[in-house]
Each structure stands twice: as C-alpha cells, then as structure tokens.
Design a protein around this ligand. Structure first.
Ligand code: GAR
Length: 217
C-alpha cells in the first residue's frame, strides 16, 4: 500500500511533529510526512522540519484578520496542492471553521494534553493539578467543529505525583504524547480506525487491548 501523505500543522516548537517525523522514518510506517505547515513564520518546528528535509509552508493568519474562512481556504489549497491525505494538528493554535473541518472529516487528527473530555482548552497541566486530579494524560482524537472534542483514537495516562509541578507533570505527559501520536497516526493510515456513533472502533472493536494502547507512566 502506498504511504499516506500527511501534513503536520504547527504553531510552535513542534516536538510532536518531530515524533511523527521520526516514526515515519521506519520503512514499514504507513504514512510519510509530506508537509509541515505553520501559521507562525518563526515557529521552532519549521527548522526541525527543514533539517529533516521535509517541505514546509507558512500561512500567516494575521493578514486574514477576522476572516477565518479565508485563512482556512488558503490552508486547504496548500494541502490539496501537496496532495495531502491526512492532517495532524500538533500544537496548532488556531480555531478552525466548520467548513474546513468538514473537508477533512475523519482525516484530521489532533493531540490534546489532557484526558478528554476533561480539561479542554489551555493550561491543562495547571488545571489538573489545581483540581487534584490523580491521573492525567493526553488524547489523540479526530477533529470535529467543537474544540477539543471528537472521537477519541487513543489516550495515554500518567499518575499525578504529590510533588508534581506544571513543568514536571507536563514533561511526563509530553513523553506520552510522543508515543500515542505516532501510534494513532499509524492506525488511521492503515485504515484500521472507524467512527461509529461518534466513537472510534479499531479493527471493528472497541479498544481491543487497553493494556497495549495506554502507557501508564
Ligand atoms: C502539545 O503539548 C500539544 O498537546 C498541545 O500543545 C503542545 C505543542 O507542543 N496542544 C494543545 O494544547 C492544543 N489544544 P509541540 O509543539 O512541542 O508538539
């Protein structure tokens, strides 16, 4: 099977993007990172991508002002021009229009640094600590118009330690992110994930072997 052409959308340092690039180096990985697209011209991840020999594109959102639809159309055109089949949001800090989301329905993944549906939005590690959560983690899900919602493909959990700070907890969650994002993209690229009634089935089953999918650190 030809490898699926993937675009990774970033706004910052791109450590999840780097994890996807690393995973895609394996000859049996079912996806190739064909494009890294950023809305921020000096996003750190762009350099990493260039050094890895991956095509990059920058679409600055600022000239579009409040016209999110026009910005999203510009992104869509670039994705189509690069014959992209799957999109991975990786720290891409822009809200997307329902029209754009519809064009990439069940072909666009996002990673969120919390166990959704808990702690949508920003500052997830701080809020998990403030809430006294005992378990925290990260979620890879298909993108739907509602922010930080959508069928969950994979989650990874970490135990919250009594002496955790936002930084120490965030670092452990980030390690989990770097595991579950490449693993999720692999499943999707292999066509093994179906959405039924808003939930993901893998190989036609609800998560077949939770132990194998959920790293607890
Ligand atoms: C990651 O922790 C990702 O989960 C988060 O931004 C960080 C980006 O880091 N995404 C969100 O908060 C989206 N709601 P990275 O650029 O090093 O991958």
């Amino acid at each position: 099977m030809p490898r699926k052409r993937v675009a990774v959308l970033i706004s910052g340092r791109g450590s999840n993007m780097a994890a996807l690039i690393e995973a895609a180096k394996a000859s049996d990985y079912p996806a190739e990172i064909a494009l890294v697209l950023s809305n921020i011209a000096d996003a750190g991840g762009l350099d990493t991508a260039r050094k890895a020999g991956i095509q990059t594109a920058i679409i600055d959102h600022k000239p579009f002002g409040k016209d999110r639809a026009a910005f999203d159309r510009a992104m869509h055109e670039v994705l189509i021009a690069h014959r992209i089949e799957l999109v991975c949001l990786a720290g891409f800090m822009r809200l997307l229009t329902p029209e754009f989301v519809a064009l990439w329905k069940e072909r666009m993944l996002n990673i969120h640094p919390a166990l959704l549906p808990a702690f949508k939005g920003l500052d997830t590690h701080k809020r998990a600590l403030e809430a006294g959560a005992k378990v925290h983690g990260a979620t890879v899900h298909f993108v739907v118009p509602e922010m930080d919602a959508g069928p969950i493909i994979m989650q990874g959990a970490v135990v919250v330690r009594p002496d955790d700070t936002e930084a120490t907890l965030g670092a452990r969650v980030l390690k989990v992110e770097h595991t579950i994002y490449p693993a999720s993209l692999k499943l999707v690229a292999e066509g093994r994930v179906q959405v039924v009634d808003g939930r993901c089935l893998i190989d036609g089953k609800p998560v077949p072997d939770a132990g194998a999918l959920i790293p607890v650190a």
